[in-house]
Design a protein around this ligand. Structure first.
Ligand SMILES: Nc1ncnc2c1ncn2[C@@H]1O[C@H](COP(=O)(O)OP(=O)(O)OP(=O)(O)O)[C@@H](O)[C@H]1O
Ligand SMILES: [Mg+2]
Length: 228
């Protein structure tokens, strides 16, 4: 479970990115974060995976107070959160297999388990045949599938996806959405920032709308409601 209580985030240059956000996201929810550019969506997500810390307020992820986490505890929290970006962020000199394996190596998983689990997630994302390809040899949609495989390989309870379909064509985007739905169905909370109205209005989930750093709408199975 994720809980924010009166979260404020002011960056070093004085920009108020979040202004008093309070929200609760339960285990196994699928949530869209929508709102105009600069609204605070990425900041909201960065606080969850502890890329940023709040200026004020409380945020807890699975019972960990991530706003005031001791340095040595950060890896424990990160392990439980998979992150997916618009631009994939795969390591260019590693194969698809190695990119996914890397996420397990950093937590010192045993070699045998790594081999088994990476094969399993490659299968889940439908790319077993591309295990030995480098990112540059994969299409955008395939790269995003590999980055999703990397995000889920350590069995996180939460996936944070920041515009995961932002660089993909419509058809490829629907494939990525099916995959995220499947992962959610298997028991992972998903928080996804998006500007894609069609996706939000078609695959109906909870919609949290942010504007000017504040939650302006929070609807179960809502529509997009924005013109961007
Ligand atoms: N590191 C930073 N330093 C200063 N200001 C920042 C920083 N990161 C974001 N901001 C500012 O904080 C506000 C919220 O940014 P954020 O990236 O969270 O918006 P967003 O909703 O994700 O936008 P987009 O849809 O364009 O991705 C913006 O005004 C942005 O310029
Ligand atoms: Mg953003």
């Amino acid at each position: 479970m994720i809980e924010m209580q009166d979260i404020w985030k002011t960056y070093a240059d004085g920009t108020h990115a979040l202004r008093g956000v309070s929200v609760r996201i339960d285990r196994n929810e699928f949530v869209y974060l929508v709102g105009p550019s600069g609204a605070g969506k990425s900041t909201f997500m960065k606080l969850i995976y502890r890329e940023e810390v709040p200026t004020k307020g409380q945020i807890s992820v699975n019972g960990f107070n991530v706003g005031r986490l001791k340095q040595r505890k950060i890896p424990y929290v990160r392990r439980n959160i998979g992150v997916v970006f618009q631009d994939f962020r795969l390591l260019p000199n590693l194969t698809a297999f190695e990119n996914i394996a890397f996420a397990m190596e950093v937590i010192e998983a045993p070699r045998k388990l790594i081999k088994r689990r990476v094969s399993e997630v490659l299968d889940l994302v439908g790319l077993k045949s591309k295990a030995n390809s480098l990112p540059a040899q994969l299409s955008g949609g395939e790269q995003q599938r590999i980055s999703i495989a990397r995000a889920i390989v350590n069995n996180p309870s939460v996936i944070v996806a920041d515009e995961p379909t932002g660089n993909l064509d419509p058809e490829t985007s629907w494939g990525i959405m099916n995959l995220l739905e499947e992962i959610n169905f298997r028991g992972t909370t998903i928080i996804m920032a998006t500007h894609n109205k069609e996706i939000v209005n078609t695959i109906r989930k909870r919609v949290i709308a942010i504007e000017g750093g504040q939650i302006v709408r929070d609807q179960v199975r809502g529509d997009y409601g924005y013109d961007i």
